[in-house]
Design a protein around this ligand. Structure first.
Ligand code: ADP
Ligand code: ASP
Ligand code: MG
Length: 410
């Protein structure tokens, strides 16, 4: 007998029929003698609908009240899934995040889980119940409702699996695993049987939304056995996130390609090239709680230089305001320019540690397509470039082919 946490995403619970299919799958696991905790998202489209609704009342919704509104989608699904299980003759109980005390900090709309009271879940499981928990939501120590950021049900699933020391956490979604890149963009993308935890962490942080990054962090910290699977298929092993690199020996040097359009670039032109300038530019940005991602500074010929960095698009206007109003005059810069039509494309693979020439292959491939690289950043297992947004799809496709990730090459 195993203890299994199954998380079902929006499309997997998107209709009464899909909810009944979830119940049938759970019933199968119960019939094999396993204990099952089910974590669910809101029905597909529901969270977006709730956000739009909130914005009709307040164009910039109050974060506390926004969480009150957008957490409701999951509450509907837990009730419906429990009913579907009861209809199959199983014992089931649904719980909101608050009811099982998924305690978070108070950062509304992007809260972090601090602890989970797993005693009641264990008691229910011992009594033969399937426990159905609302993903994406928690409460802070004052009892305020919080949410965990978009895609946060993944994190609820993995955090519960960690708290219960479950044998496996299964993430059921609308694709049958983690692919070499988003199969919606590149039809030739191929499912990976395994991906290392480190690679998954990079893929998630660089834009592959198949798993929320915090869920991968939790899996790494608590060594949760994590698998991504399709809820639309009866069979299949999906993709297992592994903690060993040994089994990677036979595989490609690059495991995947991630991309996102979530960032915007800011360039401060004509900056005096002297000590303290980076701090004077980025200090006020960081004081405003804005995360900076990629940074470059050019060499100076005439004592002045250009300084560029990227921020999340949601924070672009705020960052531009700070630079124009507080920084530009203060440091004597010529101009502050912004560009939100950029995309970041990254190649990821632990094989980079033992192979040279990956960066040059990436740059050559992009050059052959006439794609200009605006910024570059690297780590041990990834290379990211910022390019014009209009070339993003082309870049991902040509890199996918160049690194032998296309399906037909297998
Ligand atoms: P859910 O609602 O089940 O949480 P998401 O939409 O959040 O599902 O995540 C699944 C989607 O992630 C897929 O439909 C796919 O388009 C996208 N995706 C992006 N990158 C990848 C990747 N490398 N492998 C698989 N899916 C990916
Ligand atoms: N329903 C939430 C969202 O759409 C959480 C999730 O689906 O994981 O972001
Ligand atoms: Mg998701």
């Amino acid at each position: 007998m195993a203890l299994i946490v199954q998380k079902y995403g929006g499309t997997s619970v998107g209709s009464p029929e899909r909810i009944q299919a979830v119940a049938r799958r759970v019933a199968k696991y119960k019939a094999h003698g396993h204990q099952v905790v089910v974590v669910v998202s809101a029905m597909s489209g529901e969270t977006n609908r709730l956000i739009d609704l909130a914005k009709k009342i307040q164009s910039q919704p109050d974060p506390r009240e926004l969480d009150v509104v957008i957490s409701t989608g999951e509450q509907v699904t837990i009730g419906l899934v429990s009913m579907a299980l009861l209809e199959l003759g199983l014992k089931a109980k649904s719980y909101t995040g608050g009811q099982i005390r998924i305690l978070t900090d108070s950062a509304f709309t992007k809260a972090r889980i601090l602890s989970i009271d797993e005693q009641n879940i264990r008691a229910d499981l011992a009594n033969g119940n399937v426990v159905v928990v609302a993903g994406f939501q928690g409460v802070d120590e004052k009892g305020n409702i919080t949410t965990l950021g978009r895609g946060g049900s993944d994190t609820t699933g993995v955090a519960i699996a960690a708290a219960l020391r479950a044998d496996e956490c299964q993430i059921y979604t609308d694709v049958d695993g983690v692919y070499t890149t988003d199969p919606r963009l590149v039809p030739e993308a191929r499912r990976l049987k395994t991906i290392t935890f480190e690679e998954m962490l990079e893929m998630a942080s660089l834009g592959s939304k198949v798993l929320q990054i915090r869920s991968v962090e939790f899996a790494g910290k608590y060594k949760v056995k994590l698998r991504v699977l399709s809820s639309f298929e009866e069979e299949g092993d999906g993709t297992l996130i592994t903690f060993e690199e040994d089994d990677k020996m036979e595989q490609a040097i690059i495991s995947g390609i991630a991309f996102n359009r979530d960032e915007a670039k800011i360039t401060v032109r004509g900056v005096p090239d002297k000590p303290g300038i980076a701090y004077q530019i980025l200090g006020p940005v960081s004081d405003a709680n804005i995360d900076v991602d990629m940074i470059i500074q050019n060499v100076s010929l005439d004592g002045t230089t250009d300084f560029s960095f990227t921020v999340h698009r949601n924070e672009f206007d705020k960052a531009m305001g700070i630079l124009k109003n507080q920084v530009q005059k203060h440091i004597g810069a010529r101009e502050v320019a912004g560009d939100s039509r950029i995309a970041k494309v990254s190649v990821v693979g632990v094989g980079m540690r033992s192979h040279v020439g990956i960066a040059s292959k990436m740059f050559r491939t992009l050059a052959e397509e006439g794609i200009n690289i605006q910024m570059i950043s690297t780590s041990e297992i990834k290379i990211s470039v910022v390019i014009d947004e209009k070339y993003m799809e082309l870049a991902v496709r040509v890199l996918h082919k160049a690194f032998d990730l296309d399906q037909e090459d297998l």
